[in-house]
Design a protein around this ligand. Sequence first.
Ligand code: GLA
Length: 718
Amino acid sequence: MRNWILILVSCLVTVIGAHAAVTGTGEIVLQEARFHLGDAPAGWSEPGFDDSSWQTMAIPEKWHGEGMYAQYRIRFQVPKGFVKKAPYRKIAIFDLAFIDDCDEAFLNGKPIGKSGRMPSDGGLPQSAWDKHRIYKVDARQLKEGENLLTVLVWNRRTRGGVYGGPFVIRMAQLEDLVSMTCSDDADATDCLITVSSDVRIRARVSIDGKEKRVCLRPRKPFKREIAYDGSAPAQVAVSVRDKRTGQSIHKDFAPKYCLTPSAPNEPRYNSPSVLGVRPGSPVYFRLPFSGLRPMLFKASGLPEGLALDGDSGVVSGSVEKAGEYTIEFEASNKAGTAKGTLLLKVGDTIALTPPMGWNSWNCWGLDISEEKVFASARALIESGLADYGYNYVNIDDAWQGSSRSDDGSLLPNDNIPDIVAIGDFLHQNGLRLGIYSSPGDLTCGGYLGSLGYEKMDADMWNSWGVDYLKYDLCGYRSILDTLPSVGKEEHKKPYLLMNGYLKSQPRDICYSLCQYGLQEVWTWGASAGANLWRTTGDITDTWESVLRIGFTLQRELWPYAGPGHWNDPDMLVVGKVGWGEGLRDSRLTADEQYSHVSLWALLAAPLIIGGDLSAVDKFTLNLLCNNEIIAIDQDPMGSQARCLLEKDSVQVWGRPLSEGSYAAGIFNMGDGTLDVNVKDILSESGYAEIGPLRDVWRQQDCPETVSIPSHGVLMVRF
Ligand code: GLA
C-alpha cells in the first residue's frame, strides 16, 4: 500500500508544489522539511520560531556528518473532518519511518515520542537506528488547519537522519489500537494469549475457535491460557472484531515447542572431538559432558604439561611439544559412567572447529556492564550450555574508556572496570574471554579503536587473558576513503598488521574479522591470519534477515571454510535480544529458529549466542543443546554445506561428515505446511543409495514422509 501512496503523493506534490499532502486514503504524507544541522537553537520547536534561513531537506534522505544533532520542522495542514470522520477518533498515528540514530518528536511544541538515548539525556548514548518509529498521539493535539511537527535527531557517526519512507500521519485503525501477543517462553506446553487495546472497544474475541464478547479497555487486557503439545508444531488462531466499526484483525500464533529429547542423567560426552592449541599456549578446556552433577572426571593420555581437575572437569596447563595426542576422558555420576575422546593437536592451527560461545552485542548493544557479562558467563555454566561446547564469552563494543592513558594504553570504562576478573573467572572454569576493537580510530559504536596502538593493545589484551578478538572495520573506512584505489590488499593491510601482534603473544587469540564481507574477505581472510570472518552486514531477529544472510549470501562460500578458518554469517539471534533497547524474545518463530540453528550447523558457522543467557528460557536451551545438531556444526572435517536443491518452496542444503555419513536440511521456505517424501527429495538433491535416516532434532528414526511447517526444517543424517 505504501508504494501506491507514494506514487499518489509524488503526483500531488508535483502538481501543487507543496511538501505535505493528504492522500485519497486520508493519510498526510510529509516529504520535505526545513532542516538545521548542529546544536538546537533556542525555541527551535516552537510554532513561532523563524526557520526561513534553514535549508530544505527531503524525507527520507540522510545527511553526512559525525556525532551531530539536527532539527526538522514541518508545517502541515489537517483537513476538516480528518479526526471527526475517523473510525477511531482518539488516536492519531505518526509514522516517522526509521531514524539514524535517536530522535525526539514534538507536535505543536509538545512531545509526542522519543526513541534511543542522546548524549543530552545523560548516560551512554543508545542508538535506535532499526526501530520503526510509530508514535501514537492523542488526536486532540491535532488542530484543524496548520500544525507543526518538529523532530530533533542525534546521529552517532557518518550518515544520519531519516530513511525507509516519508513521514505519514493517519488516524488509527483497529490494527493500530489492539495488540495480540502469545507468550510462551517459560514452558513450552501452554501459552498465554493477551489481547490489549489503547481505547475502549466492544469486541468479539475468538481464540482457538472459541468466541467471547469482551469489552477491551486500556490497561485491562483480556488474557487466556491455551494448553498445547509442547513437543510438536502447534497453531493458535486469534481474531478480534469490533462490532461498531466492523473492522477485524486476525493472527495465527505458532507457540514454541521443544524437539530435542531431554539429555540423559548419565554422563554424555558432547562436542568437540578435536582441539587445536599452539605449543606453550595456556589451555582452557572444560570437558563437555552433560548429565547429573556432581560428576567426577578422569583422563588418560594427557600430554605432559596438562592437568585435569577431577571435580570441575577443567583441563589446564600448556603443552610445549608439537604433536597429536589422543586423550580419553571418563566421567561418572550417580547415574553411570561414560567416556569421551579428544584429539589434541598441538601445532600452528587453532579453531579446528567453529568457535562456540556468547557475545554481548545482540542483547546489550552498547549498554554493557560487568554485571551483565558476569551474569551471562555464570549462566553459560549453570544452564549447562558449557557442557555442550559453548566456551567463549565475548565482550563486544563499548568496554573502552573515553581516552587513552599518558602511556597510550586503553583501559576499560567504569561500566566494566575489571575485565581481568571476568577473564580469571572464565579461565578457572575452563572457558575463554573475548574482546572487541577496530583497526580504525573509532569503533562502530563511536568508542576508541586501535589505530596507531595495535601492538600496545595486543600486549594489553594478552596481559588481561584475552583469548578472542573481534576486529571491526568501522572507523578504518575513513582511511580507506582517502586512498586513490581500494581493493583486497588495502582491506587486508590493517588486519595483517594486528595479526602479527596477536600471533606474537604467548597465548592463542582466536582472530575474528568483522568487515561485513567486503572485498570478498573469504578469499583472503585466512591469509590475513583470521580464524573466522564475517561474510555479511549485521543480522537481526527477523526471517528476512536470516533468509538474506544465511540462505542467500552463504551459497557460494562453501569452498572457503575449513578447520582453522570459517565463514561467519553473524551471531545466533535466539533467546532474549534487543541491542540494548529493552530485551524481547527473538522475533523469529520457533520453526524459524530451528531453521536458523540448523542452517548455521550445516554451514559450519561459529555458534555464538546473541541472547542474554541470564534470562535463557526452556525453549532456547532446548534449541541450543541438541548434541547431534552441534556435532554436525563441530564435525572435524569442517566441510561447509552447499545448497543442493531449490525447487518450489523447498531448499535442501547438505554436507559430508567425517565418518562417511551426510547431514542435510530440508527447509520449507513457503507459507504453508509442506509434505515431503524424504528419500525422494534427497535423491533429487543428488544423493544416491540413501541408508537409514535419522531425524537429528528429534534424535529418532525418520519416517518416510514428513510434514515440515512453514519456515521450518527437517534435519537428517544418513
Ligand atoms: C558492527 C558489528 C556488530 C557490532 C557493532 C558494535 O555493527 O557488525 O556485530 O560489533 O559493530 O558497534
